[in-house]
Design a protein around this ligand. Structure first.
Ligand code: NAD
Length: 262
């Protein structure tokens, strides 16, 4: 089993969905965790304490808005100060907005690019010096099948996720001769709050029931017709953080039920 004992992982957007599953997987392997994301203060504190107790690791929480450059600097400083290092960075925080390009609100475009792409650039820039110093590091970016192919009505998300794939490959090449890897995961649909919101929005755009959106639109592209499980993605992140994955860098890895095999 992979041991991440004495490693520290910063996972953005880890108060919910895929990021929270990744926090569980890395903590189970012994990593100390910096949680990040929004939500109810009491619920987040309960998550933090439960992770600490269940896995016997140190867990801290940062409420940094990843769209805010100064907040990212503070979060990285706090991670190193309170947990002693920054060995693993998972750029997972993401938002979605669905609308035809001619109606797409400029502020939604800007927010999606800032949260889903620019934050990953800024955090990589801030985390890499710590990884270089300890001569070991793992960056895992969470893109989407939409980092490889497009769908209508998702211009900003598709652009940001394609950008994240490009950023991953560049960081991987710059770090290739070190013990630092950078990879990107491209999940298909995972039933999390992000997708539940999307189902409602797509139902409005297409004037369909939510059941029809799931069957005819979301999972229409996903040949296995099943949602991906967050814990399966988290296991893949854990593998990428292991020594067995030391030769994997700049990889674009799909877990999408066959979607991008089309
Ligand atoms: P989610 O909505 O359940 O979780 C998103 C997390 O990001 C939450 O913790 C939220 O608080 C946090 N977040 C949002 N904006 C933030 C900000 N400005 N600063 C800090 N944290 C912020 O969504 P999820 O489905 O778990 O998505 C996680 C990632 O996986 C996203 O990047 C998403 O694009 C990607 N993804 C999701 C799916 C899917 O089907 N759910 C598929 C492919 C890729």
């Amino acid at each position: 089993m992979t041991s991440l004992k004495n490693k520290t992982a910063l996972i953005t957007g880890s108060t919910s969905g895929i990021g929270l599953a990744i926090a569980h997987a890395l903590a189970r392997a012994g990593a100390n965790i910096m949680l990040n994301g929004f939500g109810d203060e009491k619920e987040i504190e309960a998550i933090r304490v439960s992770l600490e107790k269940t896995y016997n690791v140190s867990v801290r929480y940062s409420s940094a808005d990843v769209a805010n450059k100064a907040a990212l600097e503070t979060m990285v400083k706090d991670t190193v100060k309170t947990l002693g290092a920054l060995d693993i960075l998972v750029n997972n925080a993401g938002i979605q907005y669905v609308a035809p390009v001619i109606e797409f609100p400029d502020e939604k475009w800007e927010a999606i690019l800032a949260i889903n792409l620019t934050a990953a650039f800024r955090l990589s820039k801030l985390a890499l010096p710590h990884m270089i110093q300890s001569d070991w590091g793992r960056i895992v970016n969470i893109a989407s099948a939409h980092g490889m192919v497009a769908s209508p009505f998702k211009s900003a998300y598709v652009a940001a996720k394609h950008g994240l794939v490009g950023l991953t490959k560049t960081v991987a090449l710059e770090m290739a001769e070190s013990n630092i890897t950078c990879n990107v995961l491209c999940p298909g649909y995972v039933k999390t709050p992000l997708v539940e919101k999307q189902i409602a929005e797509q139902a409005k755009v297409h004037n369909l029931s939510e059941d029809r959106v799931v069957k005819d639109i979301l999972l229409a592209a996903q040949p296995n017709k099943k949602f991906i499980k967050p814990e399966n993605l988290a296991d893949l992140v854990l593998f990428l953080c292991s020594d067995s994955a030391e030769g994997m860098t700049g990889e674009v890895i799909a877990m999408d039920g066959g979607w991008t095999a089309h």
